[in-house]
Ligand binder design. Structure first.
Ligand code: UDP
Ligand code: MG
Length: 313
């Protein structure tokens, strides 16, 4: 069997602190895999600079100048983690690509298992975190709660798998046919079909620097995942609206009955105000949810490019 040409895709946003160490470790792994005959000699690292504001790109240029196995792709601005991944996947010449975060929180050694699973016939291999002891309680709680919610909403997703995965050339080409602007890779990849496998690993702490996913970005990303893959919230609104309508109708009948048959007046204004506020709240909430989807249609209909490549080394 021919040896596969591997591309390791590393999205980088303000990662100057970790980059030299990350490159050193990944290059060591690469040469070891080459020695074992697991991958071909022209396998390489691809650092995608996602509009960093620090010295990340200079760092990538230096690494690329010093080592022929290091390549850099510079996006014209910050396009987001998912788009940086896509840029790398579509630009790197390879038979197999593995994407991994720059901070090496995900154990690179798991790549051996991924390549073995690929040789065994899998086109997609998911890296799955075995434990999250290195994450803060907050991160663990929100992340695991989120996976649970997505599963509940009917989004097909691999539990505790982030963006550490192997994709074959076939899988990358299939992925290229998904034209949506708001690409939520964790939801799209399972939709590709193909044979897949799972490789478990331990997740450790960041090598250096701080998380590039502050709470605000995490919430935006979480909403993205839900609204890109599930219309359950829209449907929930419909059911909720239906229930409220039925209750209001029943309440109206009851009020008429009291007035006309039992001849009881309604003295309070509470019975008027409470439903008014309540329904007002429901309306605003519902409009918000619908607005979220309308915004999505708006963005998709513009069909703007997901990323623009400025330079490559
Ligand atoms: N990242 C990126 N663009 C962004 C934010 C993050 O390319 O706008 C990259 C970042 O450099 C890292 C990966 O995405 O390689 C994951 O980010 P991070 O490790 O900070 O996330 P966490 O592990 O805290 O969820
Ligand atoms: Mg990280």
């Amino acid at each position: 069997m021919d040896m596969v040409r591997l591309a390791i895709i590393v999205p980088c946003y303000n990662e100057e602190e970790v980059l030299p160490e990350t490159a050193r470790r990944l290059l060591a792994l690469l040469s070891d895999l080459q020695k074992n005959g697991a991958i071909s000699a022209d396998s390489a690292l691809y650092f995608v600079n996602d509009g960093s504001r620090d010295r990340t790109w200079q760092c990538v240029e230096e690494l690329a100048a010093a080592n022929p196995q290091v390549h850099g792709i510079k996006l014209s601005r910050n396009c987001g983690h998912q788009n940086a991944l896509l840029a790398g996947l579509f630009a790197a010449p390879c038979d197999v690509a593995i994407s991994i975060d720059a901070d090496l929180q995900d154990d690179p050694e798991a790549m051996r298992g991924m390549l073995a699973a690929h040789r065994g016939g899998a086109d997609v291999v998911y890296g799955v975190r075995r434990r999250r002891t290195a994450d803060t309680f907050f991160k663990r709680f929100t992340a695991e709660g989120y996976y649970w919610l997505l599963a509940r909403l009917g989004v097909e997703i691999v539990f505790n798998h982030a963006d550490y995965r192997l994709l074959s050339r076939r899988a990358i080409d299939a992925l290229a046919q998904y034209r949506e602007r708001n690409m939520f890779l964790r939801g799209v990849i399972p939709k590709l079909g193909f044979d897949s496998a799972v490789v478990h690993y331990e997740r450790s702490a960041r090598l250096a620097g701080e998380s590039k996913y502050p709470l605000q970005k995490m919430i935006a990303f979480a909403l993205e995942g839900v609204t890109s893959f599930s219309v359950a919230p829209l449907r929930a609104i419909m059911w909720f609206g239906l229930c409220v309508s039925i209750l209001s109708f029943a309440g109206g009948i009851w009020a008429l009955w009291e007035r006309l048959v039992n001849n009881v007046g309604v003295p309070g204004w509470a019975s008027t105000l409470v439903p008014m506020f309540f329904l007002g709240g429901i309306h605003l909430l519902s409009l918000g949810v619908i607005g979220e989807y309308v915004a999505k249609i708006y963005i998709e209909s513009k069909a703007r490019p997901r990323y623009i490549i400025d330079r490559e080394v």
